[in-house]
Design a protein around this ligand. Structure first.
Ligand code: FMN
Length: 150
């Protein structure tokens, strides 16, 4: 028998399915991050949850805007995934730096990622404070495919 720690135990869940998480500031400028701590919650109503650290800028944008886009990455977006997952908006303006192609959303201000496998437009359903982070639960308003995936 071997005693372990929580970090080592959680590593057994790897590889994780990462998603892009984005929202907008008061001038409707978008910013993106990457979240591996995500889960489907319900089909009716359609709900999806993401745990975000309070340290990240995206968390602050979401708390103000109450809206959010989840985009599912693919091989074409590998570079963007690394960039958005390893840079912070307060150090670098991701909106200006990135060449990522976006498309207007139907119901919210946050844009969709054009090359993503699928984009979910979401509005805030519930938030649960877990000390250093927040579990945001989202209601999916609509979903948009830009590519043929099936
Ligand atoms: C593969 C990967 C998975 C990540 N998953 C999460 C996550 O689930 N929750 C979280 O708060 N941060 C996660 N991060 C960290 C943020 O994506 C990252 O720190 C980002 O730079 C925050 O940007 P922001 O300050 O502009 O919001 C992950 C990073 C990577 C590379």
């Amino acid at each position: 028998m071997k005693e372990s720690n929580i970090k080592e135990a959680f590593d057994f869940f790897k590889p994780e399915n990462c998603v892009f998480v984005s929202s907008v500031d008061k001038n409707n400028n978008p910013s993106w991050m990457v979240a591996a701590w995500n889960m489907k919650c319900s089909l009716k109503p359609p709900l999806f949850a993401v745990t975000l650290s309070k340290k990240w800028n995206t968390h602050k944008l979401i708390q103000k805007s109450k809206e959010f886009v989840i985009s599912v990455p693919n091989k074409e977006l590998e570079e963007a995934l690394l960039f958005f997952g390893s840079t912070n908006w307060n150090e670098i303006n991701k909106f200006q730096e990135t060449k990522i192609e976006t498309e207007k959303s139907k119901f919210i201000k946050t844009p969709l990622i054009k090359k993503a496998t699928i984009n979910f437009e979401c509005e805030l359903f519930k938030e649960v404070d877990i000390w250093k982070g927040i579990i945001f639960i989202w209601k999916i308003l609509t979903l948009v495919f830009f590519n043929e995936v099936m």
